[in-house]
Design a protein around this ligand. Structure first.
Ligand SMILES: [Zn+2]
Length: 591
């Protein structure tokens, strides 16, 4: 694929030559700078005419030449290194970029634009110094200040944990195994009978049938004996049909009865008979299933469950019985099948599907139930990590937010902001040593949000990432603490008010009001001792919200500081996701 950049307009012209391609488009990544002059691709000389008939040796020579002399890789590397040194618009860099285009076409034009020796002349300019992101171990590496270098080191900051994730228990294989384990656990809970029976050695060579945990009903155990009787009658009759009409197994029987039209005339009669037998068996079994709801009306010796209930319409109570029976039918049949080899002729799976509508209804209901429960398991990792941190903050007496909690509403609280003023011309902010004005309280907010701020602020301070000057070449670029406070204030107020931006600081202090402190700790202890879905999902929600606000500020203000701040926030979440706790940055950038 050749990409040509259109000069006047800000879009790209793609020339597709049948290659595979993928375009990732994010408006954040599209440069807003003016497009550069494109390479004049058609200015090359025409290929030299071959004035005699082409022979095999000519072809051989061309192929060998292509194989021997491909310098595209070398040229691309050289271009990357030169561009990092001198910028993409430097004359030499542009020249090499053009040569790469020509070299790419060398197999077609037969013309190599540069020799290895000439290339070395350019390489000498580098003096063997390569940007760190090229990872040239044998060369003198330097820290690139360009965006690729910054992204490279950003990736390095995250890589240790990713390594750990792929090596240890968080690997995909482990997750898959854990998932299966969870599901099995569910099976055992709802099928207590299952457990005792499966204790006999399962056949590991055969894929065993796995029972669907969503096809369960709380009353199905009471119906199991009833279902077992119905099943054994069905099974015997079905086996009879299979052997009398000489079918392979139930699959063979069902398939051939389904496809009567396509069979040869000779065998058709037999199949029709079998089909009729099967039809009769299904109807009998269904009649027995619904006996108490419907057919019983015609039986004088038997009293119907309810007068108004029938096979097709029922009250809530009867529906539960029907669903429980269908679940029991599924269980007895599939449990039986799970004990047999998948190829066993006697294995039967069709039985519960005579009541498939009920099973579908049951599964849908259980699925909905499960979806309602989902938030609890979904955010437990974040919730647990935050609770652990909260506990540690209490133990270490590190709770520092200045706050107000009233005696009548112990779920809400207010925190305080303190104004700062700029000193000096360099726009360096500092605290007012003597605070003449009183701290300004925020609006009421949930204590969970306050605790979240406390925890994440404690983590930020522990990472020692605050400083005055941002240096992108160090392994942990420092960001002004003001950025962090401005982000927190946006997070608290959730309004994008430019007037107050970077004018205030959230008040953290060591000596807090004892009554407020007591109420605060009571609240936290309560959250720690009784884990709730609400707490877990709100911690998740706050984390996402904080990062999104940070992204927005970074974008709106084109601020590299906020971009780095969002990176640190992501690393905090990475710690929770991989290590299951909010522990410190582990940076590997030296080697
Ligand atoms: Zn009823």
């Amino acid at each position: 694929m050749t990409v040509k950049q259109n000069t006047r307009e800000t879009h790209f012209v793609f020339v597709f030559l049948g290659d595979e391609y993928a375009v990732y488009w994010s408006s954040d990544l599209v440069p807003t700078t003016e497009n550069n002059q494109p390479y004049n691709y058609d200015s090359q000389e025409k290929p030299i005419k071959h004035h005699k008939p082409i022979e095999r040796s000519d072809i051989n020579n061309i192929v060998l030449d292509i194989a021997e002399q491909n310098l595209t890789g070398d040229m691309s590397n050289l271009h990357l290194a030169l561009a990092d040194h001198f910028g993409t618009n430097a004359e030499d860099v542009l020249y090499i970029a053009g040569l790469i285009s020509q070299e790419l076409d060398a197999p077609k034009t037969g013309k190599h634009p540069i020799t290895t020796q000439e290339l070395n002349l350019y390489r000498n300019i580098l003096d063997n110094r390569y940007p760190d992101f090229m990872m040239r171990e044998q060369c003198k590496s330097y820290t690139s200040t360009k965006i690729i270098g910054q992204l490279y080191r950003s990736a390095r900051r995250a890589i240790l944990r990713w390594h750990r994730a792929s090596r240890t228990h968080c690997s995909l294989r482990y997750l898959q195994a854990a998932q299966i384990e969870d599901e099995n656990q569910l099976d055992d809970d709802v099928y207590p009978l299952h457990q005792s029976k499966t204790s006999k050695q399962p056949n590991l060579n055969e894929p065993t049938l796995k029972l669907d945990p969503l096809l369960i009903h709380s009353l199905s155990r009471q119906q199991q004996n009833w279902a077992r009787n119905l099943f054994s009658a069905y099974r015997e009759n079905l086996k009879n049909i299979i052997s009398v009409f000489n079918y392979q197994d139930e699959i063979d029987l069902f398939c051939r009865c389904e496809a009567l039209d396509q069979l040869s005339p000779g065998k058709q009669d037999l199949n029709i008979s079998a089909g009729l037998e099967l039809q009769r068996l299904i109807e009998t079994t269904r009649r027995r299933f619904y006996y108490e709801f419907d057919q019983v009306k015609n039986d004088r010796n038997y009293r119907a469950l309810h007068d108004d209930c029938s096979r097709d319409s029922e009250c809530a109570q009867c529906l539960e019985i029907k669903l429980a029976r269908a679940a029991a039918c599924y269980y007895v049949c599939y449990f039986d099948a799970s004990q047999q080899s998948a190829k066993a002729r006697s294995r039967i799976l069709s039985f519960p599907w005579l009541f498939g509508t009920l099973l579908a209804q049951l599964k849908e209901r259980n699925l909905q139930k499960r979806q309602h429960q989902q938030p609890s398991s979904k955010y437990i990792v974040v919730g647990r990590a935050m609770r652990d941190m909260a506990k540690r903050l209490i133990e270490n007496k590190e709770l520092k937010l200045k706050l107000f909690i009233s005696s009548y509403d112990t779920q809400m609280g207010q925190i305080y902001l303190r104004s700062i003023r700029a000193i000096g011309e360099k726009n360096v902010y500092a605290f007012k040593k003597d605070i003449l004005e009183r701290d300004q309280s925020t609006a009421q907010m949930l204590l969970s949000k306050i605790l979240f701020i406390e925890i994440i602020n404690n983590w930020m301070e522990r990472q020692k990432i605050f400083g005055v000057e941002l240096d992108v070449t160090v392994k942990k670029p420092l960001i002004p603490e003001m950025c962090w406070h401005a982000l927190l204030i946006e997070f608290i107020s959730s309004n994008n008010n430019d007037d107050t931006f970077e004018q205030n600081k959230v008040v953290f202090q060591t000596n807090n009001h004892p009554i407020m402190y007591k109420r605060y700790i009571e609240y936290i202890n309560h959250e720690i001792s009784t884990p709730t879905n609400d707490f877990d999902s709100s911690m998740y929600k706050y984390s996402i919200e904080l990062i999104q606000i940070c992204f927005r500020i970074a974008r709106d203000r084109k601020s590299i500081q906020y971009a780095y701040l969002s990176e640190y926030l992501i690393l905090a979440l990475q710690a929770i996701g991989i290590e299951k706790e909010l522990n410190d940055l582990s940076i590997d950038i030296d080697n």
